[in-house]
Design a protein around this ligand. Structure first.
Ligand code: C5P
Length: 267
């Protein structure tokens, strides 16, 4: 498989430079053993793993140890949402784990986001805070029942901008909003995009999917891929195809905007 060390994409601090650094494998398998097996099979190839609340609450430490042994980075997808002080103290408790990425809910508001950012800075953590905007499970009607008026896309972009202004290092965004999100938040913040499928993959329960290359072209700095990799008979082959798709897109972007790869501005 390709090693993912394609052309440089961005020289901004903390931004991925190779396809492998853009791809986050979601450890959503049904058991700790199954997730450990995914980490072992992809060790040395996947640079990122995402751990959600199910595995974290079940036996997160075991899987985190395996991720660290594989010298991969940890995206802890806990979607914290509480009063600012409680979120800050939760981040203190996560300090020893030192995840490279951590999610909080943008709906917690600017004060919560500011305190979350202040907590990682105070603790000297390199953890980058990602804001989750509108859950894709919420329809426009659900939002209006909650008193939030507007299209889900508009609300997601508005909350994403608010979160970055309050100190979040980036946002989780559907690929379909990534381009507008990028325009709104600028070139530096991270945009992490789930709902990724290679051409010909089953969509599963994801309604709106994009290929790795399409998401990259739309402005995503990272993509999250779960079932297409962890459910594959040959996960390493699928990972290699994902790297190739991103690498091809990066080359295309470099051709269209040669100054982008020079200046680090990709949006
Ligand atoms: O298996 P699949 O590639 O669909 O996994 C996507 C991962 O991204 C899952 O861990 C899922 O929880 C997460 N996610 C998502 N859609 C969102 C937010 C997160 O699929 N809107």
């Amino acid at each position: 498989m390709p090693d993912g060390s394609g052309p440089q994409r961005s020289r901004l601090a903390g931004r991925p430079t190779t396809p492998a650094e853009c791809v986050i494998v979601a450890l959503d398998a049904a058991s700790t053993e199954a997730n450990l097996s995914v980490v072992t099979r992809l060790s040395g190839h996947a640079r990122w793993f995402k751990l959600g609340m199910r595995q974290f609450y079940a036996d997160g430490q075991t899987v985190i140890r395996a991720i660290r042994q594989a010298e991969a980075q940890l995206f802890l997808d806990l979607k914290l949402h509480d009063i600012p002080h409680t979120v800050a103290t939760a981040i203190e408790s996560l300090g020893p784990i030192h995840p490279e990425l951590l999610t909080i809910h943008a709906a917690g508001g600017p004060a919560m986001i500011e305190e979350a950012r202040a907590a990682v800075d105070r603790l000297g953590l390199s953890t980058r805070i990602l804001a989750v905007t509108v859950l894709t499970s919420l329809s426009e009607q659900d939002l209006s029942v909650l008193g939030v008026v507007g299209s889900t896309g508009d609300i997601a972009v508005r909350w994403g901008r608010m979160a970055v202004d309050a100190g979040a290092h980036g946002v989780v965004s559907s690929g379909h909003e990534a381009s507008r999100m990028r325009q709104s938040i600028g070139s530096e913040p991270l945009i992490v995009t789930p709902g990724i499928r290679l051409p010909g993959d089953a969509a599963g329960d994801q309604q709106r999917i994009m290929t790795p290359g399409e998401a990259t072209m739309a402005g995503a700095s990272h993509i999250v891929v779960g079932r297409p990799v962890i459910g594959a008979a040959e996960p390493l082959d699928v990972l290699g195809r994902i790297f190739t798709d991103i690498e091809r897109t990066q080359r295309e972007m470099g051709r269209r905007h040669p100054q982008a790869t020079d200046s680090g501005k990709i949006a």
